[in-house]
Structures are given as C-alpha cells and as structure tokens.
Design a protein around this ligand. Structure first.
Ligand SMILES: [Zn+2]
Ligand SMILES: [Zn+2]
Ligand SMILES: [Zn+2]
Length: 316
C-alpha cells in the first residue's frame, strides 16, 4: 500500500490516515505524529500516533490523503496542566532531585491554595478547539462516497484498496477481497497476487533438496527444517488461493486486459481448475508429465512465474 512519506507530510494539515486507532489526524512536524479523535469504551478524546517512517513499534500511521490545512495554530493534543479549582495554568516543581518529589504550583502567583501534599490539584487541559475541528472534519469526511460503489455508507469508508489510495466501504472491501472495483476491472489485483505468488514460489521450490540435506544432519535438524517448510507451504497455498480469487473477480468484471501477467494468471487458473484431482499427485512427486493436461498445467505455471518475475512487475 502506498502512503505519503514523512518527508512530504505538511505541518498543521489534516490527513486521511490508516492507523491503529485513528482515521483522520492533524500532522505535527515536531512530534512526527498525527493527532486525532480516539474512541475507547464510548469515550472520545484526543490521541497521537506516529508516522510509520519513524519505525516500529511506535510508527503506526500511514497517511493516505491530504484533506486540508487546519486553521488552528496550536495543534498539540494537550495544552499542559491547569488547576482544578481556579483553572489557571500550573506546573510541577521538583523539590528533591533524588526522589523527584515535588509540588504542583500555579505558574502565576495567586491566592488559590496549594495546601495538598502534592500542592494544587492539577488536571490535563485537552485541546478543545482541535477536538472541535477534528469532529467537524470527520462529519464531513464520513459523507464521502465509496470509491468503489459510489454510495455513501452509513459508517463511511472504513478501508483502503490494497493497490490504490481509493477509500472503499466495508461491503465493497469484502466483495472484492480488499480491492476497489476499478482496480479489479484493470486486473491490478491479479498482478499483485501473481507477483506475491512468484515470491513464495522462490521459497518453496527447493524444499525437496533442503529436506534431504536436513535429514543427513540428524532428527533435530530434520524436524526444524520440515516445520519451516510446512509453514512456507501453507503461505504458498494461501497465495495461490488469493491469486485464484483475484482471477475470478477479474473475469467477472468482464474487462479483458491484454496485460501479459494477467493472461498468464488466467491461463494458470484454468489449467489448475482442469487438474484439480491431479495436483496432489504433483506434490507427492509422482511422474505425471506424460498426461497432456498436466503438461499444460506445468507450462502455464512456468509461464506465470516467468512473467511475474519480469522487471516490469517484480517491484509492485
Ligand atoms: Zn488554582
Ligand atoms: Zn462501496
Ligand atoms: Zn484500487
């Protein structure tokens, strides 16, 4: 999924983002974070998450689309601490450098008491104007039509297409396995799945050799390698399933594309379908090369892998 890199994010601008807890956020250059409204157990409050380019585990935001410039100057999520009694700013004054103990004191001198063991009663002052602004933007953004079906859904567009920055409703996401309809019609999902399939194939093609070598090194190594291979085979099978789903979706979209990779994927899908019963035999090493159907299966598979590794597609 492509997203806007940290370097290109503009301070004080609102973005449609993909993140753990937020869907809209205002970018702050200083913190490299996005402040948005988080909902938790029915509570709504300002919360900051950080740009993915800052790295794991805290970089959780992928900004997808610039919405607009936020008119507010102060875009911090909280504006410091205030006194619960008089609402004037307070700050913590450390009195013991060793234990870090100290008291909350009013920033400007006042008659307000500081007689508690911890001084004045402090509370966080949330950035109210920023909250109001984000609420306003959210109400507007949720009325954006789905990029895929064009309808305005009650809960807005909760998801993004895997291959383009299109925002799609949950219905469309489920129906097209995560791709928007224009991407399915263009076969962009087929290309992506085919390349993923080719990558996994690289990992599994040497399994027989690897297993033989591990056997020679004793039972422990044999077990470790066979577990590793079994896991890679499962991932490979999932990739194949994803590719088949993508091809089926593309064919239903009835928009024939002449792209080489898509044609190879369609051919492979058909050959696999025609050989459903025989494919298990292939993996058990039975020689079935003489059967013309199986030969066709092998050929289409090779063709798909060859095209998918083509420089033109390898990067996507
Ligand atoms: Zn006070
Ligand atoms: Zn939709
Ligand atoms: Zn798309």
């Amino acid at each position: 999924m492509s997203y806007i890199p940290l370097k290109k994010c503009r301070h004080g601008h609102a973005y449609r983002i993909r993140s753990r807890n937020l869907w809209i956020g205002v970018f702050n250059k200083k913190t490299k974070g996005f402040v948005g409204i988080r909902e938790k157990f029915g509570d709504e409050y300002l919360f900051e998450e950080y740009h993915a380019d800052t790295g794991a585990p805290y970089g959780t935001v992928h900004p997808i689309r610039l919405i607009e410039k936020c008119p507010l100057k102060d875009i911090r999520d909280d504006l410091g601490s205030i006194c619960q009694t008089c609402k004037a700013p307070v700050k913590f004054v450390e009195e013991d450098k060793k234990t870090h103990e100290g008291k909350w004191r009013h920033v400007k001198k006042t008659n307000c008491p500081e007689d508690k063991p911890y001084g004045a009663s402090a509370m966080n002052l949330s950035n109210g104007p920023l909250f109001d602004y984000l609420e306003k933007v959210s109400k507007r953004e949720i009325k954006r039509p789905c990029h895929s079906c064009g309808k305005i859904q009650k809960h807005g567009c909760g998801s993004f297409c895997y291959t383009c920055p299109g925002e799609i409703c949950v219905d469309c996401f489920n129906k097209t396995h995560g791709y928007c309809r224009p991407c399915v019609a263009a076969g962009r999902n087929v290309m992506r799945q085919a390349v993923g399939y080719a990558k996994q194939h690289e990992k599994v093609k040497d399994h027989p050799k690897k297993l033989l070598e591990a056997d020679k090194k004793g039972p422990e190594e044999s077990k470790r390698v066979s577990n590793e291979c079994a896991f890679q085979m499962r991932v490979f099978a999932l990739c194949e399933e994803g590719l088949f789903k993508a091809v089926d979706g593309f064919e239903q979209a009835k928009k024939p594309s002449k792209d080489k990779l898509i044609l190879a994927a369609i051919r492979f899908r058909k050959a696999a379908e025609a050989n459903k019963g025989n494919i298990n035999m292939l993996s058990s090493g039975v020689s079935v090369k003489e059967d013309p159907k199986i030969v066709e299966y092998f050929d289409s598979h090779d063709m798909l892998l060859r095209v998918a590794k083509d420089k033109k597609y390898a990067k996507s």
